[in-house]
Write a protein that binds this ligand. Structure first.
Ligand code: SF4
Length: 282
């Protein structure tokens, strides 16, 4: 590829958020100590990083396996888990390595309190997403989960509702859902529980994309955060490309002199950004 004149930069603001970084560190420590670790669900939305840890001895299990993990180390990822997972692990004799992100844990506690206060809870999030399952699991599923207004029937809602957000959803979407509920005559107690790290990245992404000619966005297709950030980049420049691996980079995307930004979501490891940047300049 004619790339000599390309100016390639790895986005200095990219890389793991602190919750994912801590979970990966805990996994590495447990693997160094015992050589084996069982993670409940995919540790993070990045197949390359998961593969790296699997090569060190990590295995992915499902919640139902927890009852059969006597004496084995099991990792609860940053997304958090419902109380059932803790109960099953205790009863099954597993050694718990809890990497629930403190931001998620705080959200779980707030939702629990709100339920104890008798409020009708709506969680703005993706139905079935592990973080959402962990949140609604705190209150025996007594919450409505809505990804958009289309998931709600205003006639069946009481006058007062309490709205929380999954940490990786967009602030814009949360406020727009709150506004819609108010237009339906509801009194909304809004808890903006979008993670600061996520909302900061959203603002940074727009500015970063503006300063570049081409954006190579490295992320997992199933990552909410990666998709949200990529959408912002694409709104700024049509020359934004989503790749899951360095092999996806295509020479035809670049013109001599282009300023190329290599960036990613909160679960994209920096080593993968470096490998991708290397392919762009090679
Ligand atoms: S995005 Fe925020 S809440 Fe989610 S794991 Fe990272 S730091 Fe924690």
């Amino acid at each position: 590829m004619s790339t000599e004149a390309l100016h390639v930069e790895i986005d200095p603001a990219a890389g793991f958020c602190f919750g994912v970084a801590a979970a990966v560190r805990k996994a590495e420590e447990a693997l160094e100590e015992t050589g084996s670790l069982y993670c409940v669900g995919q540790l993070l939305h990045n197949v390359h990083e998961v593969k790296r840890l699997e090569d060190m001895g990590m295995r992915t299990i499902i919640r139902e396996d927890l009852s059969d993990m006597a004496g084995k180390s099991v990792l609860f990822r940053a997304h958090g888990e419902p109380p059932d997972s803790y109960n099953m692990s205790r009863l099954g004799g597993a050694i718990m390595v809890d990497a629930t992100c403190p931001v998620v844990r705080k959200l779980q506690q707030r939702v629990k309190q709100s339920c104890e206060d008798g409020e009708t809870i709506i969680v703005y999030g993706k139905p079935g997403h592990p973080e959402v399952e962990g949140i609604v699991g705190q209150i025996d599923g007594k919450a409505l989960v809505a990804q958009s207004k289309d998931d709600l029937l205003p006639d069946q809602l009481p006058e007062n509702v309490t709205l929380f957000s999954q940490t990786t959803m967009s602030k814009e979407g949360l406020h727009s859902l709150a506004g819609w509920l108010e237009n339906q005559g509801k009194k909304v107690k809004l808890h903006d529980t979008v993670c600061r790290r996520v909302s900061d990245r959203v603002n940074e992404m727009e500015q970063y994309a503006r300063a570049k000619d081409v954006i190579i966005f490295v992320g997992g297709k199933n990552s909410s955060n990666a998709n949200q950030l990529f959408d912002i980049s694409r709104r700024v420049t049509s020359r934004s490309h989503f790749v899951e691996s360095p092999d996806d980079v295509q020479p035809g995307w670049f013109r001599p002199g282009d300023r190329v930004g290599v960036t990613g979501g909160t679960s994209t490891p920096v080593w993968l950004l470096r490998e991708t940047a290397r392919v762009v300049v090679s």
